[in-house]
Design a protein around this ligand. Structure first.
Ligand code: KG4
Ligand code: ZN
Length: 338
């Protein structure tokens, strides 16, 4: 059997298709980002995202096949994200994937977007092997997961309110840094002092693997508003660096504590926020102190892509988990809900 899987991802504002061999080797990874389209609105506009996916999905799939140098006949199957995400956006990828699977007589696999993010580290690090702990930290999620095997997950903790990426995006908007906020705060923070302002770190003593970022977000908004009311300027770089430090320290601390508790040797960090420079640096330092191997995908595989969906799909196909042709979008799908 061919080992080639075509992956399709349209859960938010990236239209993406990729071909992956054997679940681990990227043959092509095409990503069309809609950032420019949504930028004037300061965030993703769901209706615009869906329409744009419809416009671009077919040429992007063709490009993924062409760049990989494969034809439909070479494929072993197709994998498509069916949740979580924006329902209208998910439905575009699903409709296209189901139609193509039917027309080309290819097996279809439905992939959980969060599971996809976890697989981005399998693509980047051939020696990554379960069991390990994974921190999935993106615009919509902050999940701490014990990965026990392929398709076997134990959710250790998650955010009680905002996702880390969501907090980055909201704080960036208030600071006038634009959308998407994560990379903008990352860049602004390089010129600032992370100890300049003592923003709160949420402590949840009853749930040490859970997170909360609404408190730090509100603290930044209050800091900004109080200064504005007094007619005082704020130092944006110091605010960005101090906010980023508050988020990053909590993420690193809780993840490493969970890894020690689960007695794993590897920690795999993934999702858009995993591209953050300060997060990578602090994980590197604290991970070495704790004797843990910390793995990150390269930045291009941190944010949404279809290679990670194809990788997860390969292992699901091997396990015989085929999707029916009436597979529907599940906007609030969680990692342990299947
Ligand atoms: O994984 P992703 O592409 O989409 C979701 O599944 O949500 O993550 C997007 C999120 C956004 O909130 C964006 O601001 C954040 O990842 N992000 C970053 C960085 N690059 C992207 N956050 C902090 N620092 C970065 N360098
Ligand atoms: Zn994502």
């Amino acid at each position: 059997m061919s080992q080639l899987i075509l992956g399709i991802e349209t859960s938010c504002d990236e239209t993406a298709a990729a071909v992956v061999a054997g679940g681990r080797r990227i043959r092509s990874n095409i990503i069309f980002s809609q950032i420019k389209l949504h930028q004037p609105f300061g965030g993703v506009v769901p209706e615009l995202a869906s329409r744009n996916h419809i416009k671009n999905i077919n040429p992007i799939i063709q490009e993924a096949l062409d760049q990989a140098g494969v034809t439909w006949e070479d494929l072993a199957g197709m994998a498509v994200t069916y949740g979580p995400g924006l329902v209208g956006a998910l439905l575009v990828g699903l409709a296209v994937a189901k139609a193509l699977a039917f027309a080309r007589r290819l097996p279809l696999v439905g992939v959980n977007h969060l599971e996809g993010h976890i697989y981005s580290n399998y693509l980047a690090h051939p020696h990554l092997k379960p069991p390990f702990v994974s921190l999935v930290v993106s615009g919509g999620h902050t999940d701490l997961v014990h990965v026990l095997g392929h398709g076997q997950y134990c959710l250790l903790g998650q955010t009680r309110d905002d996702a880390a990426g969501e907090a980055f995006d909201k704080v960036a908007r208030v600071l006038g840094l634009g959308y998407p906020g994560g990379p903008a705060i990352d860049a602004a923070a390089r010129e600032g002092n992370p100890r300049a302002i003592d923003f709160p770190r949420a402590i949840l003593p009853d749930a040490p693997a859970d997170f909360s970022f609404s408190g730090v977000k509100t603290a930044v908004l209050n800091y900004h508003n109080q200064h504005r009311q007094r007619g005082q300027d704020i130092n944006v770089a110091h605010v960005a660096a101090s906010f980023q430090a508050a988020v990053v320290e909590v993420l690193v601390e809780r993840t490493l504590a969970a890894a020690v508790k689960c007695e794993v040797e590897q920690v795999a960090v993934c999702g858009g926020v995993a591209a953050n420079t300060a997060l990578r640096e602090l994980f590197r330092i604290r991970g070495a102190e704790a004797g843990l191997e910390i793995l990150f995908p390269p930045p291009i595989l941190c944010t949404d892509n279809a290679a990670m969906i194809a990788a997860a799909g390969y292992y699901r196909l091997q396990a015989g988990c085929l999707a029916p042709l009436d597979l529907n979008a599940v906007p609030n799908l969680s990692l342990d809900s299947r």
